[in-house]
Design a protein around this ligand. Structure first.
Ligand code: SF4
Ligand SMILES: [Zn+2]
Length: 358
């Protein structure tokens, strides 16, 4: 990738321009959401440094991310699912937690040792989740083994981690780093922080008894399939070198509503990554000393990561198996004629002819 001149980042261009477009797109939504209900909740299984655990995953509706209100990331439609007004009270947030506990009681035979709380923003941002609510949630889950909370690096502060660690939980902060390449994070994802900020957050987390799970985004808009693969391999390597970052979740981009990615996709200018690319990255990084997992949301659909339609389910199942045992041999068993098409795309797609194949 070339390096831009300083003028590219003048007002009205670069990040300002991205934010302006994103604000306009987000303004088109008209759905309303109930503040006493979580955005989503489900039971799953996860690979953690403590072993494989049944997990309760909660998407808390906190009013959404500050950065999304400024415009935000080019692929992120989560704020469109947030409660209008950007603020949810302590009582409503605790009602959402109660709703999730009820879901767990009716869908699982036992309590989940692992609880993961995402907010489509930052659980550690006190504008989303105040100190009183954070402490009450820590108390609610104090009998579990492990708690994962999502946060941007700026909000990873000692006292906020202490509230969670001091109740006796193993705590991980899930940070949406997206890529270790600052240029791609800034210009393709439109995310404002640098890799150095991620490293600082990992250091604070480590010093306060917490771990970090880095979330990476495969193939944001404006880069080719081959660039996306290289970027993910390099990013996983760099994350694994950061002390405290024990897990990397490498997730292919999908097309969400009210986003720039959606606009590009609608006009034929964006294709989510191939599932072959996900398998390629997992294979190339399988020996790295960190847990590497991937969750290809929307797999097999036009708006999600996909291959030809015939082999998508098989490769998705292989990714799920890899998540649990980290054995990339599972990908060697998958064959499909579309692999050749993918290889040609990796070889011939360029910045000006993409997507070469839809
Ligand atoms: S990806 Fe994260 S930081 Fe970016 S707009 Fe969405 S919630 Fe905010
Ligand atoms: Zn295929």
């Amino acid at each position: 990738m070339s390096e831009p001149s300083p003028e590219v980042y003048e007002r009205g261009r670069g990040m300002d321009a991205h934010n302006l477009v994103m604000r306009e797109l987000r303004g088109e939504r008209d759905e309303q959401y109930d503040p006493s209900e979580p955005t989503r909740v489900w039971i799953d299984e996860d690979n953690t440094p403590g072993g494989i655990y049944q997990s309760l995953t909660i998407i808390l509706n906190t009013g959404g991310c500050r950065w999304a209100r400024a415009g935000g990331c080019t692929m992120c439609g989560y704020v469109a699912e947030s409660v209008e007004g950007g603020r949810v009270s302590h009582e409503h947030l605790m009602a959402q937690i109660e709703h999730c506990l009820e879901h767990e009681r009716s869908h699982a035979d036992e309590v989940s040792p692992l609880v993961k709380i995402y907010t489509s923003g930052s659980f550690l941002d006190e504008r989303e989740v105040g100190a009183e609510t954070r402490q009450a949630i820590a108390d609610t889950f104090a009998d579990r083994e492990r708690l994962v909370v999502e946060s941007l690096p700026d909000f990873v502060k000692p006292a906020r981690l202490d509230d969670l660690v001091f109740v006796g939980l193993e705590v991980d902060v899930a940070i949406g780093l997206e890529t270790a390449t600052d240029r791609i994070r800034r210009d393709c994802v439109n995310k404002y922080f640098n890799f150095a900020d991620f490293e600082d957050a990992c250091e604070i987390a480590s010093e306060h008894g917490a771990g970090v799970k880095a979330y990476l985004l495969m193939k944001p808009p404006f880069i080719t399939e081959a660039e996306a693969i290289d970027d993910m391999v390099r990013s996983i390597e760099r994350c694994a070198e950061v002390s405290g970052c024990h897990t990397v979740s490498m997730n292919p981009c999908n097309v969400q509503r009210y986003t720039m990615v959606d606009e590009l996709h609608f006009r034929g200018g964006y294709r989510p990554p191939w599932l072959w690319s996900v398998a390629e990255v997992l294979t190339q990084t399988a020996d790295i000393d960190a847990i590497i997992v991937s969750d290809p949301v929307g797999h097999g659909s036009d708006r999600g990561p996909h291959n030809c339609g015939t082999c998508d389910t098989g490769i998705y199942e292989a990714i799920k198996a890899f998540n649990l045992d980290q054995d990339s041999a599972v990908f060697d068993r998958i064959e499909c004629s579309c692999r050749h098409t993918w290889e040609v795309v990796c070889e011939r797609e360029t910045g000006y002819n993409q997507p070469l194949v839809h």
